[in-house]
Design a protein around this ligand. Structure first.
Ligand SMILES: NC(=O)c1ccc[n+]([C@@H]2O[C@H](COP(=O)([O-])OP(=O)(O)OC[C@H]3O[C@@H](n4cnc5c(N)ncnc54)[C@H](OP(=O)(O)O)[C@@H]3O)[C@@H](O)[C@H]2O)c1
Length: 365
C-alpha cells in the first residue's frame, strides 16, 4: 500500500496555530507565534483516511505534518535555517514510512523550490506545482464554459507570470486565448517568458507589463504572486472581470472579493475521490484539498515514487501527464468557491449576464 506525506505550515499565525493548539493560540500574541515558530519542532497533524482511487479501488495511506515556521518567518529567516526546519519535518515523514513527500505553500516556494530539500532526504519530494498549474488551466476552461464564451475569445492576464505557477499557466494558455497579458515586477524576466511562449506558440498574442493598471484589458485574471499582502484591488480591473486567485496568502483584497461587479474564485481547489476524512481541518470545505497536496496523492496512487516536480521551471508535458493520471483516479476540479464560500448557481447566472455585457462593450486592446 502506498503512503504519502504532506507538509503544511501556518500562513495566518493565530488562525492556523489554533487549529492544532487552541490554548497556545489564545495565550500567544501573533508576534510571539512568529518568534517561537523558529524553535518549535515539526508537528504530526493527522492520518487522512478514505482517499480511494476510482481506477484501482486502492485506499491511500498518508500523513499530514506541519513545519512550524510561519509564512513570515519562512521569508525572513536565513534560507539555510528555513531549509533545516523543512528537512527536519521531511525526516519525520521518512521515519513514519512515507514513500513520497509533498511540500505545501511556502515550503515549496522558497529558495530553489524543493531541490535542496530533496537532496537532503532519502524519499522523493514533489512541490505539487505541476498539478497546481493544471488546476488553474482547468478552472480557466471551466470559467469559459460557464460564461458560455470560447476560451479563444477571451483576453486573459497572468499576474506573477515569471514565477513557477504563473509561467506554467502562461505557457499552457498562450496558444489558446485571444490575447495574453503577462505581469510581474521584473521586465527582463517577463521578456524571457515572452520569448519562451513565442518559441512554443509563435502566433500567440502576448503583451508583457509591469503595471497592474493593464489588468483593465483582461476578462479573466489568473493571479499567482508570492506577495505577502493582497495586490489586486477593484481599481485595477474593469467591472465584469473574473479573477482566479491561486496565491496563498491571497492576491485579491477582501474588498475585491465582496464587490458585486467582480467574481473572485479560489484557485487550486480539488475534490478528492472516496469518503475522505483528512483528520485535520486545514481550512478547506470537506473532501477538498489544495492541488499541490493532490499531486502528492496522485503520484502515490500511480506508484511514481520520484521527484516529479522540483525547481521553478514547470515542464508542460508533466502538467498534462498529471492531469490525465488525476482524472483517471477520480480527482476533479472542485465547485466554485470565493473566499471560502460556495458560489451558487444564481450568482453564476447573474455574473454571466454581466460578463456578456462586458464582452459586447469591449472594443479592442
Ligand atoms: N493553491 C495551491 O495548491 C498552490 C500551490 C502552490 C503555490 N501556490 C501559491 O501560488 C503563489 C505563487 O507560487 P510560486 O511558487 O509560483 O511563486 P514564485 O515562483 O516565487 O513566483 C512569484 C511570482 O510573483 C511575482 N511577484 C512577487 N511579488 C509581486 C508583487 N508584489 N506584485 C506583482 N508580482 C509579484 C514574481 O515576479 P517578480 O519578482 O518579477 O514580481 C513571480 O512572478 C504563491 O502564493 C503560492 O503560495 C498555491
Amino acid at each position: 500500500m502506498s503512503t504519502f506525506a504532506f507538509i503544511v505550515h501556518p500562513i495566518d499565525p493565530k488562525r492556523d496555530v489554533a487549529r492544532k493548539f487552541p490554548r497556545l493560540a489564545r495565550i500567544l500574541s501573533e508576534r510571539a507565534i512568529h518568534f517561537f515558530s523558529a524553535y518549535f519542532p515539526p508537528v504530526y497533524l493527522s492520518r487522512p483516511r478514505g482517499i480511494v482511487s476510482q481506477a484501482t479501488g486502492e485506499e491511500l495511506q498518508g500523513y499530514l505534518l506541519a513545519c512550524p515556521l510561519t509564512a513570515h518567518r519562512m521569508r525572513t529567516l536565513p534560507l539555510e535555517r528555513a531549509y533545516r526546519k523543512i528537512i527536519q519535518t521531511g525526516r519525520l515523514a521518512q521515519r513514519l514510512g512515507a514513500d513520497i513527500l509533498g511540500l505545501g505553500a511556502f515550503t515549496s516556494a522558497i529558495g530553489d523550490a524543493g531541490v535542496t530539500i530533496a537532496r537532503a532526504l532519502d524519499i522523493p519530494v514533489t512541490t505539487g506545482d505541476s498539478y497546481t498549474v493544471a488546476s488553474a488551466v482547468m478552472l480557466a476552461e471551466d470559467v469559459a464554459q460557464k460564461m458560455e464564451v470560447p476560451l479563444q475569445d477571451l483576453h486573459v492576464a497572468v499576474v506573477g507570470a515569471t514565477g513557477s505557477i504563473g509561467r506554467g499557466v502562461a505557457l499552457r494558455l498562450a496558444p489558446r486565448v485571444g490575447h495574453l497579458w503577462i505581469l510581474a515586477r521584473r521586465p527582463r524576466a517577463l521578456g524571457r517568458v515572452q520569448e519562451e511562449i513565442h518559441a512554443h506558440a509563435p502566433r500567440a498574442r502576448v503583451t508583457p507589463s509591469t503595471d497592474l493598471a493593464d489588468l483593465r484589458h483582461a476578462h479573466l485574471v489568473i493571479s499567482a504572486t508570492s506577495a505577502p499582502f493582497a495586490v489586486l484591488r477593484p481599481e485595477h480591473l474593469t467591472p465584469g472581470t473574473v479573477v482566479i486567485d491561486m496565491a496563498l496568502p491571497r492576491d485579491a483584497t477582501r474588498r475585491l472579493g465582496r464587490h458585486p461587479e467582480y467574481l473572485v474564485l479560489d484557485g487550486g481547489l480539488i475534490q478528492v475521490p472516496g469518503p475522505v476524512d483528512f483528520g485535520f481541518r486545514f481550512g478547506l470545505p470537506r473532501k477538498l484539498a489544495y492541488a499541490c497536496m493532490a499531486e502528492t496523492m496522485i503520484l502515490a496512487l500511480e506508484k511514481r515514487f520520484e521527484c516529479y516536480t522540483l525547481g521553478k521551471r514547470i515542464d508542460p508535458d508533466k502538467v498534462e501527464q498529471i492531469r490525465a493520471w488525476a482524472a483517471n483516479h477520480g480527482f476533479q476540479l472542485a465547485s466554485w468557491y470565493s473566499f471560502g464560500h460556495r458560489v451558487g448557481t444564481e450568482r453564476i447566472a447573474s455574473f454571466r449576464e454581466r460578463f456578456e455585457q462586458r464582452l459586447r462593450s469591449m472594443v479592442s486592446v
